[in-house]
Design a protein around this ligand. Structure first.
Ligand SMILES: NC(=O)C1=CN([C@@H]2O[C@H](COP(=O)(O)OP(=O)(O)OC[C@H]3O[C@@H](n4cnc5c(N)ncnc54)[C@H](O)[C@@H]3O)[C@@H](O)[C@H]2O)C=CC1
Ligand SMILES: O=C(O)C(=O)COP(=O)(O)O
Length: 471
């Protein structure tokens, strides 16, 4: 069991000889000058020692993560453990698992979602705790786009009903006899020449718009925060609308490709009564984004009265058995290619953060990178609340220990600020005790956590848990 909080004790135990050996093996810094006691030999405070090998970063996984992605973590520095078997996780890698705060021990420095949507991760709470959450923009977009295109065909031709009918005839020995006669029951229409409205022109939406154009469709799009990168992917003929209502007005097909965001200003039920009542009769709604974006009651009325269709890979208690809906398991990103690409990108992102402090593809932390740490320097990273004066307070602590900052970067996003500081350790004739400096910095009011990126993997992390020092 991992204790909820852990009061700091004087950690006087010297490093074990094994830990010292590992430090020497992994660091080029002049160790004779520096005392860093983050190995501590007190792993039992982190959790069950039997599930952890000191000297390695432990990655806790949920869901089936592609082995190709996991191979990105070299055995020499990382061990991978599934769910509950990980007691001292330094990072979490997951897909759609609904993560609870209790599954995130104090040792966790970062969380990566192998995929796009992070609504299964308590992101705001993680921000309060100073933990960056990463995702993998675009890594699984092609897989989803292909299923959206397939979804348009499923919504146009009675393919599923036809398959089920043939299976049932086959069981009765009537398949051959009825194959021509019964086809009249399953007639459909073509997508060429029809209008597709794409709501959300991100990685998936922009690619869908481009391919639909290639298939001869008229494409209308709506995205109030369209990025330049995605704008460049759009087909020339796309008509950009200024609201969902105007985008869907003449659409035969509507694809929603936006994130699910709870709360005020979010996207819960964004395809609601008002929007659905303006659908064209017979319009097909494609939802490969999230079930909660759609008001099921309103959509049921559309399906009941207008011969509209719903195709989605999210479950819906009201609509799953409706004759006009095709509901699949959550399959959008379940291709070998997408699983490999998402896991590989997530693994690279986590490694970068753990090993260098770099932040990229985060949904709650600012993108941050410094050049490689200069020779004879040690890298500190500090996560703080985004309040005035933090930089000055930190600089004071370094100065008090006669430590010169060689380079630094400070970035903020929302309520959080992230600092990377490379501190000179050359020219010190006395032993510099980084543990003490780290404790002083970490316990400054407004600091959430800090790391000394140095030496033994999995060490050097400290947190300020509301005034309690956790190392
Ligand atoms: N079915 C599946 O297996 C998968 C589902 N998804 C879902 O699809 C969503 C989109 O994925 P990507 O395209 O990769 O993400 P993305 O971040 O590249 O694109 C999302 C786009 O939606 C836009 N947007 C946000 N709110 C909007 C609103 N209210 N109206 C119109 N546009 C809005 C954003 O500006 C952005 O351009 C994910 O958030 C996830 O929920 C993603 C991957 C797999
Ligand atoms: O990337 C996303 O947002 C998805 O919905 C994919 O989910 P999955 O990784 O297949 O469980």
């Amino acid at each position: 069991m991992i204790p909820a909080t852990f009061r700091h004790r004087a950690l006087t135990a010297a490093l074990s000889s094994e830990t010292r050996r590992q430090i020497s093996a992994t660091s080029s810094v002049l160790l004779a000058d520096v005392s860093v006691e983050h190995g501590r030999g007190t792993w039992k405070t982190y959790g069950d020692i039997s599930t952890y090998r000191p000297g390695k970063f432990q990655i806790k996984t949920f869901n089936k993560i592609s082995p190709l992605g996991l191979k990105k973590f070299p055995d020499a520095k990382y061990e991978i453990r599934e769910g509950d078997t990980a007691a001292n996780a330094h990072a979490i890698l997951l897909r759609s698992h609904k993560l609870s705060e209790e599954e995130v021990p104090h040792t966790v420095r970062a969380i990566a979602r192998c995929g796009a949507g992070t609504n299964n991760v308590p992101v705001s709470r993680m921000t309060e705790l100073g933990i960056p959450v990463f995702n993998t923009p675009g890594a699984n977009a092609n897989a989803v786009k292909e299923l959206v295109i397939a979804g348009m065909l499923l919504g146009s031709r009675r393919i599923v009903d036809g398959i089920n009918h043939m299976k049932s005839l086959g069981e009765q020995g009537l398949a051959k006899e009825r194959v021509e006669k019964d086809k009249a029951m399953f007639g459909g229409r073509e997508i060429k020449g029809k209008t597709l409205a794409v709501i959300g022109l991100g990685h998936i939406g922009a690619a869908t718009a481009r391919d639909a154009d290639q298939l001869g469709m008229t494409v209308v799009g709506y995205d109030p925060s369209l990025s330049i990168e995605n704008a460049l992917k759009l087909p020339r003929g796309i008509n950009l609308s200024d609201s969902i209502a105007s985008a869907i007005r003449n659409a035969d097909y509507i694809s929603i490709n936006i994130p699910y965001i709870k709360g005020e200003g979010g996207t819960h039920g964004i395809i609601g009564k008002e929007v659905v009542s303006n659908f064209k009769p017979g319009a097909v709604l494609l939802n490969f984004a999230r079930g909660e974006l759609v008001d099921s009651e309103a959509l049921k009325e559309h399906l009941d009265s207008n011969d509209g269709r719903y195709v989605s890979d999210f479950p819906d208690d009201l609509l799953w058995s409706h004759p006009n809906s095709v509901i699949l398991p959550h399959l959008g990103a379940s291709t070998e290619e997408a699983e490999d690409a998402a896991a590989a990108m997530a693994a690279d992102t986590i490694r970068d953060y753990l090993e260098t402090g770099r932040v990229r593809n985060s949904v709650n932390f600012p993108s941050t990178s410094l050049p490689d740490a200069p020779e004879h320097s040690i890298r500190f990273t500090v996560v703080t609340k985004n309040v005035p004066g933090m930089l000055a307070h930190m600089a004071e602590q370094f100065a008090a220990s006669n430590l010169n900052i060689l380079q630094q970067i400070n970035q903020s996003r929302g309520n959080v600020a992230y600092n990377v500081l490379d501190v000179d350790i050359s020219g010190h004739d006395s032993i510099v005790d980084f543990k003490e400096v780290q404790e002083k910095i970490t316990m400054l009011d407004g600091v959430l956590s800090s790391r000394v990126i140095y030496g033994v993997p999995g060490t050097g992390y400290a947190k300020n848990l509301g005034g309690d020092y956790f190392v």
